[in-house]
Design a protein around this ligand. Structure first.
Ligand code: 13P
Length: 250
C-alpha cells in the first residue's frame, strides 16, 4: 500500500510570525494523521518553520531550488543549502515556475537529480493547460513531462519521486478536476512510468493531485484508487482547512 502525502504549497505567502502561528495551531490538529504531512514554505520562513515543527509529524519543504551546488548564481538557493538546515522536501517544476520563471523539462530534470544527490525528496509537478486539454492532448503533455523529469534516474530514485498532477486550469480557480478525471490522468502517468521502469516501480510512486483541493472535495479525491495525496495551495494557508484535508480519510 502506498502512503498518502498531503503537502501544502504556501507559494509567496506568510511572514515568519504567520508561519509560526499556523504551524503551532496545526500541530495538535494533525498529530494523529495517518498521512505524511508536509508544508512547503517560502525560503524566508524555512528556518522558523523547521524550528516550530521540530518534534512534530509535520515535515518542511521548499518550493524551488537551483540544480548547481554553489557558485555565481545570484539570488538562487541550492539543494545542499536546503539540506543543511534540515529541509526534507522540495517542489520542482511547479507550473507557476514553468510559466513565469522559464523552468523547462530540462531544468526540472537537473533539479530532480540534484535533489536526490542531496537526499531531498522531490515533489515534481506536471499538468496541462486548458488549451491542451481542450485539444485532447492532456495525456501526451503530462506523460512527456513525467518522462523528461525522471530521465536518467535510478530505479530507486524513480520509486522515491513524488509526482503532483496539477492541471493548470484548476490551480487557484476554484475549478477542480472531477475525481474520475484526476484519477484517470494519474493512472496514465503511472502507466507511463510502468512502461519505462516496470510495474513494480510504478506501483510505488506517490502521485498527488493538486488544483483547488479543499476540505469540501478532498475526501472524494483522496479516496480514488490512484490519487496518493494532495498538493494544496490556498487551503494550506489556514491551519483548520489544511488539517481538515489531512484528517479527512480518518
Ligand atoms: P490551489 O490549491 O490554490 O488551487 O493551488 C494548487 C497548487 O498550485 C499547489 O501547488
Amino acid at each position: 500500500m502506498r502512503r498518502k502525502v498531503i503537502a501544502g504549497n504556501w507559494k509567496m505567502n506568510m511572514l515568519p510570525n504567520e508561519a509560526i502561528s499556523m504551524i503551532t495551531e496545526l500541530t495538535p490538529l494533525v498529530k494523529e494523521a495517518n498521512s505524511e504531512v508536509v508544508l512547503c514554505v517560502p525560503y524566508t520562513d524555512l528556518f522558523y518553520a523547521l524550528l516550530t515543527a521540530q518534534g512534530t509529524n509535520i515535515k518542511i519543504g521548499a518550493q524551488n531550488m537551483h540544480y548547481e551546488e554553489s557558485g555565481a548564481y545570484t539570488g538562487e538557493v541550492s539543494a545542499k543549502m536546503l539540506k543543511s538546515i534540515g529541509v526534507e522536501y522540495v517542489i520542482i517544476g511547479h507550473s507557476e515556475r514553468r510559466q513565469y520563471f522559464a523552468e523547462t523539462d530540462e531544468t526540472v530534470n537537473k533539479k530532480v537529480k540534484a535533489a536526490f544527490a542531496n537526499e531531498l525528496s522531490p515533489i515534481v509537478c506536471v499538468g496541462e493547460t486548458l488549451e491542451q486539454r481542450e485539444a485532447g492532448k492532456q495525456y501526451d503533455v503530462i506523460t512527456e513531462q513525467t518522462r523528461k523529469a525522471l530521465d536518467g534516474l535510478s530505479d530507486k530514485q524513480v520509486a522515491n519521486t513524488i509526482i503532483a498532477y496539477e492541471p493548470i486550469w484548476a490551480i487557484g480557480t476554484g475549478k477542480t478536476a472531477t475525481s474520475e478525471d484526476a484519477n484517470e490522468a494519474i493512472k496514465k502517468i503511472r502507466e507511463e512510468i510502468g512502461k519505462i521502469y516496470g510495474q513494480n516501480i510504478a506501483q510505488e510512486v506517490i502521485i498527488q493531485y493538486g488544483g483547488s483541493m479543499k476540505p469540501t472535495n478532498a475526501k472524494e479525491l483522496l479516496e480514488m484508487s490512484d490519487i496518493d495525496g494532495g498538493l494544496i495551495g490556498g487551503a494550506s494557508l489556514k491551519a483548520k482547512d489544511f488539517a481538515n484535508i489531512v484528517m479527512c480519510l480518518q
